[in-house]
Design a protein around this ligand. Structure first.
Ligand SMILES: *Cc1c(COP(=O)(O)O)cnc(C)c1O
Length: 298
């Protein structure tokens, strides 16, 4: 894997006005936007002669899986600070943790209360005294180098799209898209979680204001799912032969098609949706769905 190689994902025609940028095909484990976000951070860590990457995430986090894999691929030790100390015993049964562990990631499980301190200097200092020096990658991988990487998602060939739609978790990806867009384009973010703090976070990185958040499609919150979303994901895969993940891309695509149905996009506008990946999360979600007796993602 060569981080300096330029990657331009192809745009797939989905029908009518909609095209999809297939970022999910970049890599099976460092998928989609996580590749973009890690790229310049890995290069920076190498430049600084760091040997360890430390980051934060939940037990199903695409970012944890991607960082663990990238660490192994580029010769770093990795440490994952995981939200929820009840997960300690679940490394063998949780597909994301199991994968990260197989890539050599060391875990520290902490309570949700402690997890909230993840950006506090005191807390980071304590981690340094526990693990030694490390290159810190924030939760979800979002920092200015991550935004720089996400600016490479759009290319010159994408300038004739009127709308660019993406999922939003911590806001790094949409910030990169905003910075790389032309001013006649509108970037629409579909948050996968509830909460209004996101706009503020995006403003920290975004250099333009041609964007908006569509907050109606979080399906109850981060990692929450409803049967109609599963039905949609399975139907989409049958029709287009493209898998969607239940945490991010499934919700965004549901939202885009719902808005199209409601006539919210003018008929002659062209829409580009960014498939940011996240497919490693499907197996973990399916375990939870089975436990609840709900239909699974096929
Ligand atoms: C992490 C992730 C996102 C969220 O990206 P942010 O930069 O945190 O907003 C979106 N889609 C997928 C598939 C992800 O894994």
């Amino acid at each position: 894997m060569d981080l300096l190689k330029k990657i331009d994902s192809s745009n797939i025609f989905l029908g009518d006005q909609v095209f999809m940028k297939s970022e999910y095909l970049i890599h099976p484990f460092i998928s989609g936007n996580k590749y973009r976000k890690l790229k310049y951070n890995v290069l920076e860590a190498k430049k600084n002669k760091q040997t360890k990457l430390l980051t934060f995430g939940g037990a199903y986090s695409n970012h944890i899986a991607a960082t663990a894999y990238a660490g192994e691929a580029f010769g770093f030790k990795t440490i994952g600070i995981i939200r929820g100390d009840e997960l300690k015993g679940e490394i063998a049964t949780n597909p994301t943790l199991k994968f990260a562990n197989s890539c050599g990631m060391r875990f520290k499980f902490i309570s949700r209360e402690d997890y909230r301190k993840k950006t506090e200097l005191d807390f980071i200092d304590k981690l340094r005294s526990e693990f030694g020096d490390f290159y810190l990658i924030p939760e979800g991988g979002t920092n200015s180098l991550a935004v720089k990487g996400c600016e490479e998602i759009l290319t010159k060939n994408d300038q004739d799209f009127d709308f660019i739609c993406c999922c939003v978790g911590t806001g790094g990806t949409i910030s990169g898209l905003i910075n790389a867009s032309a001013s006649h384009q509108k970037i629409l973010g579909f948050p996968a979680l509830k909460g209004d703090f996101l706009r503020e976070d995006i403003r920290k990185f975004a250099t333009n204001n041609n964007w908006d958040l569509i907050t109606d499609y979080h399906f109850g919150g981060y990692g929450k799912i409803k049967p109609e979303l599963i039905t949609f994901i399975n139907k989409f895969k049958k029709e287009h032969n493209i898998p969607l993940d239940p945490v991010y891309t499934g919700k965004m695509m549901y939202g885009v098609f719902d808005l199209l149905d409601k006539g919210c996009f003018s008929e002659n506008s062209k829409i580009l949706v960014i498939h940011t990946g996240g497919l490693q999360g499907i197996s973990g979600m399916n375990i939870k769905l089975k436990q609840k007796g709900l239909p699974i993602i096929e």
